[in-house]
Design a binder for this molecule. Structure first.
Ligand SMILES: NC(=O)c1ccc[n+]([C@@H]2O[C@H](COP(=O)([O-])OP(=O)(O)OC[C@H]3O[C@@H](n4cnc5c(N)ncnc54)[C@H](OP(=O)(O)O)[C@@H]3O)[C@@H](O)[C@H]2O)c1
Length: 211
């Protein structure tokens, strides 16, 4: 599958590394200085470009930007044609990580859908980049859950597959409105990792009765 990533920081590059391993064709892009990206892209085996080039390239566009620059990133991705899937990986974190800028009465995913009416938006926050480096070694081999929310079942299925490809245990959680609850769960993880000092090698798991 062709995947364009907007945001080449810790998460964008971590996702790119795993997706390339699974034989996806990836284009990485950043907002400020595309030239800076070339070296990283070469080392990861991806293409590099501007947000609009990445959006044109991908069947799936991955949004991996700090929340505060997400609107600008989406603006730079336009125009986008073709009813593409937009995989929103952002956390609407306050810059000091003390909480979420929005939650429960709306969600980052729903706000992204308003900013990108051209896309089928799927909200699925991946495991921490530190976990993506070697996802198989958490808790004796348990994979971290990735909750996948979106209103288009076919698009959800695609992102479920990609979330599995990066080493997650994808949970098809249903409509985008459920992001109001999955996003705060990820905020809990951020707090545990960076405020409580658990470190970033942690993840969530959904335990289900297998009977
Ligand atoms: N890191 C994780 O483990 C993780 C896990 C799950 C979700 N997330 C979410 O994923 C998103 C990205 O996180 P990250 O850790 O990858 O962030 P990051 O390392 O700070 O990088 C994000 C990207 O955004 C660009 N950027 C940063 N500030 C900018 C600005 N003011 N204007 C324009 N571009 C700017 C950076 O480009 P430059 O190179 O030009 O600075 C970089 O390409 C966030 O919403 C985060 O909450 C992160």
């Amino acid at each position: 599958m062709k995947i364009g990533i907007i945001g080449a920081g810790n998460l964008g590059t971590g996702l790119a590394r795993q997706l390339v391993k699974q034989n996806h064709a990836v284009m990485l892009s950043i907002i400020r200085d595309p030239a800076k990206l070339e070296k990283t892209a070469r080392s990861l085996g991806t293409r590099s470009g501007t947000p609009d080039e990445a959006a044109a390239f991908g069947d799936v566009i991955v949004l991996a930007t700090p929340w505060t620059v997400t609107a600008e990133a989406l603006r730079q991705a336009e125009p986008v044609s073709g009813n593409k899937i937009l995989w929103d990986c952002t956390n609407a974190l306050k810059p000091d990580m003390s909480g979420l800028m929005i939650s429960t009465t709306t969600s980052g995913g729903e706000e992204v859908a308003k900013l990108a009416p051209w896309a089928r938006v799927i909200k699925a926050i991946p495991p921490f980049a530190e976990v993506l480096k070697s996802p198989k070694t958490l808790a004796g081999g348990a994979r971290p859950a990735v909750f996948v929310c979106g209103d288009d079942p076919q698009a959800r299925k695609v992102v479920v597959g990609l979330a599995e490809d990066i080493g997650g245990a994808a949970v098809d959680a249903g409509p985008l409105i459920l992001a109001r609850y999955t996003e705060p769960a990820c905020m809990l993880l951020v707090s545990l990792a960076y405020v409580r000092g658990f470190g970033a090698r942690i993840g969530l798991a959904l335990l289900r009765d297998s009977a």
